[in-house]
Design a protein. Structure first.
Length: 186
């Protein structure tokens, strides 16, 4: 297990898809609307070495109650500018598209948190602030202090992609199970 601390540096480039890590330090939530706002108005935090968590948390009485991951593929077309700005880790669930795999290459990683772990995630996080609060609770950029958040490297900086491997294995097993020639169905 590798223990990561933000701001992240080149240590993430040594990680491989499937590695387990913990993440501590300041992270920033961002979903669709926050990405669009940051593209239009600028990133409100220092992106160098940052971790951006695809999450729309539930905040009550100044604390995180639920902080489960959002499906990251929703941010496929919205992630390149963050990586270009120096973000070293995207965090979410379900993987990301091939264009993001290429953007990450040699620069950053995608860290996966299992869906359904919203209470566990919240128990490892403390709320520190917020940007773009006018976007509402789920879409604002929340500043969070993470404490040993358990994650898996879903996409590494070398093009390794756990999610692609699982999709390919499932496709092969489906074709074998139903005696379908692989070149006839995509």
């Amino acid at each position: 297990m590798v223990n990561l601390q933000t701001p992240l540096g080149t240590e993430v480039l040594d990680l491989r898809a499937g590695d387990t890590v913990t993440l501590s330090g300041t992270i920033y939530t961002a979903r669709d609307e926050a990405h669009v706002r940051m593209m239009e108005e600028g990133i409100p935090f220092d992106p160098e070495g940052a971790a951006v968590y695809h999450c729309g948390p539930v905040v009550q009485d100044g604390r995180l109650v639920v902080a489960g991951p959002t499906t990251s593929a929703r941010m496929n077309r919205l992630s390149e500018f963050l990586i270009d700005a120096g973000v070293r880790a995207l965090v979410g669930k379900g993987g990301m598209g091939p264009e993001v795999v290429e953007h990450l290459r040699g620069r950053a990683v995608y860290l996966a948190l299992t869906g359904g772990c919203a209470a566990l995630a919240a128990s490892r996080m403390t709320l520190k602030g917020v940007y773009f609060e006018d976007l509402g609770m789920a879409e604002a950029v929340w500043v969070i202090e993470a404490d040993n958040l358990p994650l898996t490297v879903g996409i590494d900086a070398h093009g390794g992609d756990l999610f692609r491997a699982v999709r390919e294995k499932a496709k092969t097993q489906f074709h074998q199970r139903f005696n379908i020639k692989q070149d006839t169905v995509s």
